[in-house]
Every structure is written in C-alpha cells, then in structure tokens.
Ligand binder design. Structure first.
Ligand code: SF4
Length: 409
C-alpha cells in the first residue's frame, strides 16, 4: 500500500505533476535527502535500517520545477541482489516515475543492488541522476564514471541540494508537446456543451476532476463552456442561438445525449477525451472490438486507478459486468484490481478494461497499455466500452478522423 499526503482540492492534480522517485539502499540516507530536497519532514527518519517500508508520496511545489509529486520508496536491501518483492515494488513506482534519483552512500559507493536499479531505470527508459550522499564525510569527491550522471550532496550539511534540484528539473524537461484534453480541437469563441448528470453517485457539492480539467482546458482555449444536466440538453441546444463546436458527455448518459444531439453537432465523451489525453485512445478503440468475441470462457480484467472509488462508484464492479453480459449474452469471468496493483502478467486475461485513470499520470497509463500490448492482450477503457455497447462509438470518435479510420477498416 502506498501512502499519499493529500493536498487541497484546489491544487494541481497529482496526475499532472512531475513524479520524482527517490530510490536507494536502506542506509544511504535516502529519506534524509528527500527531507532536505523538500525542506520538510516528509518521512520518518531513524537510524534503524528500513524505516520506510511503503512508498510515501507528497504533492508540492519544487522550484525551479513547479508542481511535483515526490515519492520516497522503501529502502532496498544491501545484502546481495534485489529481492523479488523489492524489484516488484521498485518497478511499480518506476512505472509512474518521470525522474528517478538514486541515492548512494558516497563512502561505500554503488552496491550490486544499486547497479540492478540503474539497469531497471535504463530498461524502463526513466531519466535518472545518482546522488552520492554524505559527501561531507569524504576526504575527496571521486570523478564520475564514464557517462555517469551524478552529483555529490550532503543531506545533513545541506550541501549541493539546490544544485540537485536544478539537475532534477533539467531531467524532467522534455521536448514532447504537452497533450491537451480538448483545447487543440476547438477554436477561440467556440461554444462547448458539457453534459454532467447530477445523480446520487455524483460527489456532494463539486464536480469531479475530469470535468473540472475539461472546463479549465476550454477556458484556456478562449472558448465558452456551457454545463448542463442530461435533461436540459435538448432545450439548451434549441435555445443557445449558435451551433456548439462540440458536446461532451458523461459516458453513462451517452445514449440519451446522442439521441438529443442533432447529427451535425460533434459529440464525444469525457472518457474518450481522457483516453487521448493519457495517450492510449487508438489502442483502446482497437481493443474494444474484443467485446464482440467474448465467450463463456473469457476472462476480463477490470482495472481501476485508485482504491477509494469516490468518483466511479460501482461502474467497474457492478454496472459494466452487467452491461457486458447483456451485450454479449455470455457469462465471462471478471477479475478486479485497483490502485497501484496492476498485474505484470496479463496472460490469464482476454481483455483489460481500464477506468478513466484520472488519478494516474500519462507515464503510468502508457506503461499499463504497453504491458498489455507486449503480451498481446487487448486494452480498452470504460467509456469506450459503453459507447461500443450502445452502438455510438463511431459518432463519438468522429472528431478524430485517424481514429475513426481504424474503426472503418
Ligand atoms: S477514473 Fe479511475 S482513477 Fe479516476 S476516480 Fe475512477 S477509479 Fe479512480
């Protein structure tokens, strides 16, 4: 189980923060270095080896980088190679890590387990820096090995901490254009209508994260967001006085919204926009076709990105299995996972059905999708499955012609 120290609702969502993972041996002073970098007591530091037993995360502003999520991982064992469990844990954190910091005791140097971790960083293509801690106890700093990206620091004397932060920030910078939710497919001055049911499953007194983020994206694009419940849509469209550029709906009311939205107004769902935003729309649209070949022997993994279900209620555990059984006329077997527990071995499954992943960052979702692709297991998400079951998938992806082309193959 991972612990997250929660932030206020008005702060940058965790999924949008640069994820910085700290790794290292139990006695390399990793937790002290995390505290020095964050300038606060994020974790309990003690002289007892292995004080940190589960990953601890904290959302914070880290200059010069901006909003980040700091993840302090359990100390790895310095006795021999990495144990199987520790490799698994390190992998799980690495799947969402944008920059890794490997903390090494400057006195003893890198161990076999540190070398294993470096191999893991390279395998997973995670940019990393080696922080040689306890440099104050050294007579002389050693020259870095060939091609080694490293820095000497002292957590206790606060030596080179600012320089380490700058090096982390440089590693986090990427030339890849930032994915957008909807801003790149609308124009300034457009109207966009959002359909949001307020039923008993909706959280009290607020909108959920994907809805808030979409509204923010529309405003940033200098367009106007008009928010309605499903029962007000038809009348709103009749009285708005201008054709909306797009209607975006919650997947659960897809069928009604599709019926109430004239055919010449583009329609999509939050799920489809978020699958694109998290980088897996194309495979998800391909993967959903598997629903048409489900048999009594099929096994479907339903994976949720968080454990508290506060935004998804019983869609994954109750409604989707029911809709799939009705649609296919079969009784496939369902398995469920949630939070960070996404199985590396997907071979027992014929299909992975993932939630909207609003709490997971793009790197983690790309990893999960790639994990399925490597093993040849189709991968899709809730909203795309609902649109497929209701026969309106083509209409809801028509705003992305290259995706529509895949469906018409
Ligand atoms: S979409 Fe996934 S990550 Fe977001 S609240 Fe629902 S279960 Fe959690």
């Amino acid at each position: 189980m991972a612990y997250t120290i929660h932030m206020g609702l008005n702060e940058t969502p965790s999924a949008n923060r640069v994820h910085i993972g700290f790794f290292g041996l139990r006695n390399a002073g990793k937790s002290s270095l995390v505290n020095a970098v964050t300038n606060q007591d994020l974790v309990i530091v003690s002289d007892v080896k292995g004080t940190t037993t589960d990953p601890v995360s904290k959302a914070m502003e880290l200059l010069p980088l901006g909003p980040v999520l700091i993840i302090d991982t359990p100390g790895i064992d310095d006795e021999g190679a990495l144990g199987e469990l520790r490799v698994r844990r390190a992998r799980q954190v690495l799947n969402k890590t944008d920059v890794a910091v490997l903390v090494v005791d400057a006195i003893t140097g890198k161990s076999v387990a540190d070398e294993d971790l470096i191999r893991l960083f390279r395998d997973k293509d995670v940019p990393f820096i080696i922080a040689y801690n306890k440099s104050d106890l050294l007579e002389k700093e050693k020259a870095p090995g060939a091609g080694e990206n490293c820095i000497y620091v002292s957590a206790t004397k606060k030596h080179n901490i600012e320089a380490l932060k700058e090096r982390i920030a440089a590693l986090a910078k990427t030339d890849e254009p930032k994915l957008q939710i909807v801003g790149d497919i609308i124009s300034p001055g457009d109207f966009v209508v959002l359909v949001i049911p307020i039923d008993k499953a909706a959280p009290k007194g607020r909108l959920i994260l994907p809805q808030q983020q979409t509204i923010r994206d529309i405003l940033e694009a200098d367009a106007a967001a008009i928010v309605v419940k499903e029962f007000e849509l038809r009348e709103t469209l009749e009285n708005i006085g201008k054709k909306p550029a797009l209607v975006i709906t919650d997947s659960q009311v897809f069928a009604k919204v599709s019926a109430d939205t004239p055919a010449d107004i583009p329609l999509t769902s939050f799920s489809i926009l978020f699958a694109r935003y998290k980088g897996f729309l194309a495979p998800a649209v391909r993967g959903v076709r598997t629903l048409d070949s489900i048999t009594e022997k099929s096994r479907i993994l339903i994976a949720e990105g968080c454990t508290h279900h506060r935004q998804c209620d019983d869609i994954g555990t109750v409604k989707l299995p029911r809709w799939i059984k009705q649609y296919t006329g079969k009784e496939p077997e369902f398995a469920f996972t949630s939070g960070g527990e996404f199985p590396e071995d997907l071979s027992p499954y014929d299909l992975v059905l993932h939630c909207g992943a609003c709490m997971l960052n793009e790197r983690e979702m790309r990893y999960r999708e790639a994990c399925a692709a490597d093993q040849g297991i189709p991968f899709t998400n809730y909203g795309i499955s609902i649109a497929h079951i209701q026969g309106i998938l083509k209409r809801s992806v028509a705003i992305f012609p290259h995706i529509l082309a895949e469906l018409e193959d």
